[in-house]
Design a protein around this ligand. Sequence first.
Ligand code: PGA
Length: 250
Amino acid sequence: MKNLIAGNWKMNLLPGGVAGYAERFLPQVRDLAGVVDLLVCPNFPALAPAVEAFRNTPVAVGAQNMHQELSGAHTGEVSGTMLHDLGVGWVILGHSERRHIYGETDALILAKLKRAHELGLRPIVCVGELLEERERGETEQVLRRQFAESLAGVGSELLEKTTVAYEPVWAIGTGKTATPETAQEAHRLLRNQLEEKIGTAAKGIRILYGGSVKPENAAELLAQPDINGALVGGASLDPDAFAAIARAGA
Ligand code: PGA
């Protein structure tokens, strides 16, 4: 299985800066086509320029969130149909910032996941424990609950087409990366959950690691047997650093 290296730009970079980013990034990753899958997830206004800048390149474009309804009176929201219409292929769902700052629940994330599949968008669903939960020894319990309630409800066939991202909340944007062993342990747990649900097909599902991934630590994280890629925040804002991580994933 090829690694997926995904950049989550969060609320950073301007739409006008996308072409310049692509110009710097693309020459460094052109030879990785077919070896590693690449994805960038810009803010909503930057999606159209990103689709344009990365057309006919090895880099796919995804959104960071979407609404679960197709259209209607939802001021300030963006639907999956709109993403699809722009030519966006992927969407991140249930990122910890959506869960913890904007109160997204497992049930809401499941509704979004179902809608994304219905529209043919490729979803990446994020799970991960808070620092307090880890310190209380509740990591397994939290991951089991998030898996059962935000992922498994989609049914086996669609679960097989879903990418999972393990992002321990205490490692996001903090510079504190999970050690490769700690990350592997959580990924193994998620793989077991997938196996219980869909049997051997679980081996074909990518589980990305996210949380302070940098060029310096990417290779050892990606060497773990159950880590199949990375969801990169801060380091993906720098095209050189993101290209270095992409190379580590190849
Ligand atoms: P980070 O963010 O790499 O800046 O820690 C990861 C994420 O939130 O997806």
